[in-house]
Design a protein around this ligand. Structure first.
Ligand code: ASP
Length: 411
């Protein structure tokens, strides 16, 4: 019997962990190490290769297949409501844990860590700026740069307009895009078959670069974030599935297992999107309409894990600096954490960079903050892997909830 893909991936993750520990001890200068890392890099590149055409074609088809404008509005509203409410729940979990565990009290920065270079932040300084930059000046440049929000905006606008034009020409355009979508989806499935090998390379690299000893210093912080993510993934999302989808959460998680492990090993919601889409369509059996509406946007906008992390991370920094935040400041943290998670790109460590938006909002001074963020960066990878997994899981639950509410038969 052939082993299911997610089991193949999990086995390769375990093997990769062993290899990573081995290279961590023996050094990373061997040709074998270079070769293994190459496998991971090739896999990520293949995934990234299909993202832009996949997002564009799937959104256009999704929008055009929704017959009435009223339905587009309804789906849009439900999607927005789901994104915001689940992210807020995640943030409140982070808020509660950071206030009760108080990981920042008595924490020390990791010695030898340099301050985080705030110049790296030029790309995302304010939320208004992010909203403005959603509109691409040149859609082809947005495609070429892999600019997700720009691509989504153009695809939505294009899809709505194409759907409203009734001519022979416009139906040929749609037919063409449908054919393109089929090809890209097939390519995606071929790439996904390589996931076990790719994940093996990615995990080997991640583990070999991780100095586990640094966890001692920021252990309580890491524990707080990990606890919050665990609660969200294993209690909140299953409850949503039980209440709104009326399905056994295990069935859902089994359906998206390949996407979860891919998110864990790539630390990138965007790179995982092709896999998430495949799982949701193939195993959750949601319609193209809903999948195309909820997933591509969700991969960039709906980040529950990141939202939780923004909130708990900033409270941690404030505690460590000895500047406890009062109730009104914590309220500002909640709101800006939500916006920061929306603005964070679906790439590794994007959430860490967005921390500055939240610290700025409550007036925490950048110099001392930058040193703390530098320390947090040192142990960010495993936390990033975990929060990315939570991010894409929430996206997939969103598809199930909205598809169910539209009367679809799932699983
Ligand atoms: N890596 C995360 C993601 O792609 C974003 C983050 O850093 O929180 O979903």
């Amino acid at each position: 019997m052939k082993l299911k893909l997610h089991w193949q991936i999990i086995i390769c993750m375990v093997l990769g962990t062993f290899m990573g520990v081995y290279f961590n001890n023996t050094g990373v200068n061997s040709p074998l190490y270079t070769l293994i890392v190459l496998l991971g890099d090739v896999f990520i590149r293949l995934l990234k290769m299909v993202i832009v055409p996949l997002i564009f074609t799937s959104i256009v088809i999704g929008i055009c297949s929704v017959k009435s404008r009223a339905k587009i509005g309804r789906l849009g509203f439900k999607t927005f409501l789901y994104y915001v409410s689940t992210s807020l729940v995640a943030i409140l979990i982070g808020l509660f844990l950071a206030n009760t565990i108080q990981p920042g009290i008595g924490a020390t920065t990791i010695e030898s860590i340099e301050a985080f270079d705030t110049n790296k932040l030029t790309s995302s300084t304010s939320i208004l700026d992010i909203l403005k930059r959603m509109i691409p000046i040149n859609p082809f440049k947005a495609f070429a740069d892999g600019d997700m929000l720009g691509t989504i905006f153009f695809a939505l606008f294009f899809g709505i307009t194409l759907g409203s034009i009734n001519s022979k020409g416009s139906s040929s355009v749609l037919e063409f895009i449908k054919a393109l979508y089929k090809v890209i989806m097939k390519m995606t499935q071929i790439v996904i078959m390589l996931a076990p090998i790719g994940v093996f390379g990615l995990i080997t690299k991640a583990v070999s670069n991780m100095g586990l000893s640094i966890f001692k210093e920021l252990g309580l912080y890491a524990l707080t974030i990990a606890t919050g993510l665990t609660i969200h993934l294993f209690i909140v999302l299953p409850l949503i599935l039980l209440i709104f989808v009326r399905v056994n959460p295990i069935i859902h998680f089994r359906a998206i297992a390949s996407a979860m492990v891919t998110a864990f090993s790539t630390s990138s919601s965007s790179a995982t999107l092709p896999v998430t889409m495949d799982c949701v369509k193939d195993k959750v059996r949601a319609s193209d309409e809903v999948t195309s509406f909820v997933l591509p946007m969700g991969a960039t906008i709906n980040m529950d894990g990141t939202a939780l992390y923004e909130c708990a991370g900033v409270l941690f920094i404030a505690q460590a600096l000895g500047i406890p935040l009062d109730a009104s400041q914590q309220f500002i943290v909640v709101i800006t954490a939500l916006l920061a998670s929306i603005g964070a790109a679906g790439i590794p460590s994007a959430g860490l960079v967005m921390l500055f938006i939240v610290t700025d909002a409550v007036g925490l001074s950048s110099d001392a903050v930058a040193i703390w963020v530098g320390s947090m960066l040192a142990i960010d990878r495993p936390l990033d892997m975990f929060r990315t997994m939570v991010n894409i899981s929430s996206d997939s639950v969103g598809v199930a909830v909205i598809a169910k509410s539209e009367g679809e038969k799932l699983y």
